[in-house]
Design a protein around this ligand. Structure first.
Ligand SMILES: Cc1cc2nc3c(=O)[nH]c(=O)nc-3n(C[C@H](O)[C@H](O)[C@H](O)COP(=O)(O)O)c2cc1C
Ligand code: SF4
Length: 440
């Protein structure tokens, strides 16, 4: 079966000059936004209800209902409301938001405008990591064009609605993608994640109600407002509807970003658009939701559908839909070590279990990988993970524990073989180990 490639978010990606306002407007761009701010799509609460009914779930990782989140913004507090768009995109194996920023930034900005109208915000921050130079340049240019065309600013198109949109450039730390850390980063203080509650919708930026949504989430909004909640609710899997930008990296012939509705087979994604496993090899495993999710074996992949319920049924999570593919030659000890080095490096150090646990895990994995592991090391690793998971301020530590423990549990024999064989094992069994996990 050929997978139907989506044409919603990525519909304009290949077009000439796809970032220019002229082309975007010619394709009907900003029509939904202008209709919304003129009240032609109902009240702001009606738009929130529409987004809720559409079934749209956040594309940043946690998969929370977008409309539901918007409905948590308290009314009449006398404080300003803010929208922060999360374009930090540092999750290993995830590179979809970058495509939107570089190939169709006005789609995102139209979503920003509609979202601000719905939640009662008049200021939006688009938070982008500093490495996204092209995306920053194009988003800033698009904002400039939107102001010049009277789409942002004061009394937009005579509607009485005011909106200012700013780009905020982050320093490139993974932790700044965590929503409360992102708020601290914008405020100019050390970006430690905050304890929740209070949740940002109630007390966020400068203690004011704030909605934080992922770039891809917001890019969906113009399409939902244009075509209606029912249209979106019927796309793909009924419990997790919509079209997603699937990022596939690792050992496939054609890695990349593929827009496909939810509900299709994961195996078909690998065999079809991704051209199968490279060099004619067999699949060993995938990590489905960016690196912060539990590994799935080749057998499990065969039974998995590309949607939250399907991946959850296999015991993992869909996260950011960044699918990291590992072939039969991958050493799962090295792959785990590679990932854990990332988490140890990116831990912000605020909580003891994460600050101390992640480098300790790296130290043990290094000795196992080099053939100097001890019999008790596997139980020790699982015990450390047990003492990290659910015991920290943010989910970075959980995100480290999920691949760590699932890889050990599902590929335990590889760890045991390394420990049994001793140092000489290192040379012979790590083929493919140096391939960067999550690199496209
Ligand atoms: C360590 C960590 C890093 C994160 N990085 C990102 C990120 O780069 N982009 C993103 O949208 N969400 C990221 N998230 C999730 C955000 O905290 C938040 O759930 C998301 O931005 C909400 O948007 P959504 O509801 O549209 O998904 C991260 C979470 C954690 C714990
Ligand atoms: S879990 Fe780790 S990254 Fe998150 S706040 Fe604690 S120390 Fe920082």
């Amino acid at each position: 079966m050929t997978l139907p490639m989506g044409n919603i978010i990525s519909a304009r990606f290949g077009k000439d000059d796809s970032c220019a306002l002229k082309g975007y407007r010619a394709d009907g761009g900003y029509d939904a936004y202008l209709a919304a701010i003129h009240g032609k799509k109902g009240t702001p609460d009606d738009i929130t209800a529409m987004v809720k009914a559409s079934g749209l779930k956040g594309r940043g990782g946690a998969g929370f209902s977008t409309g539901m989140k918007w409905s948590f913004v308290p009314k009449n507090t006398g404080k300003p409301v803010y929208l922060c768009v999360n374009g930090d995109e540092s999750e290993p194996g995830t590179f979809k938001d970058r495509q939107i920023l570089e190939l169709d930034p006005h789609q995102l900005l139209e979503g920003v405008g509609i979202t601000c109208y719905a939640i009662g915000a008049h200021t939006a921050y688009v938070y982008l990591r500093c490495e996204f130079r092209d995306g920053i340049r194009k988003t800033e240019a698009a904002i400039k064009e939107a102001y010049a065309a009277g789409l942002f600013g004061k009394d937009i198109d005579g509607s009485g609605f005011d909106l200012d949109v700013h780009v905020h450039i982050g320093g490139g730390a993974y932790i700044c993608g965590e929503e409360t850390s992102l708020l601290n980063s914008i405020e100019g203080v050390r970006p430690y994640p905050r304890n929740k509650p209070p949740f940002p919708a109630v007390e966020g930026l400068w203690s004011c109600p704030t909605i934080i949504n992922n770039v891809e989430t917001i890019a969906n909004i113009p399409h939902i407002v244009k075509h209606g909640a029912e249209w979106h609710a019927k796309l793909g899997h009924p419990d997790d509807p919509g079209s997603r930008l699937w990022c596939v990296s690792g050992h496939v012939n054609t890695p990349g970003v593929f827009e496909i509705e939810t509900g299709y087979s994961l195996q078909e994604l690998i065999d079809g658009p991704c051209g199968g496993i490279r060099n004619g090899k067999r699949l060993k495993a995938i990590i489905p939701g960016g690196s912060s999710s539990k590994v799935l074996t080749a057998n499990e992949v065969e039974k998995t559908t590309m949607d939250t319920p399907g991946i959850r049924a296999m015991g993992s999570s869909l996260g950011s839909a960044g699918i990291i593919v590992l072939d039969e030659d991958t050493c799962m000890v090295q792959a785990n070590l590679n990932l854990m080095r990332f988490y140890a490096h990116e831990s912000c150090g605020q909580c003891t279990p994460c600050r101390e646990g992640t480098p300790w895990v790296v130290k043990i994995l290094e000795r196992v990988a080099s053939g100097h592991g001890r019999k008790a090391d596997l139980e020790l690793l699982l015990d450390i993970a047990h003492n990290m998971e659910g015991r920290t301020v943010c989910a970075l530590a959980d995100g480290a524990c999920w691949p760590l423990t699932s890889i050990i549990k599902k590929f335990r024999h590889e760890y045991e073989a390394k420990i049994q064989q001793g140092p000489e094992a290192d040379a012979g069994t790590t083929a493919g180990a140096s391939a960067p996990v999550g690199a496209a």
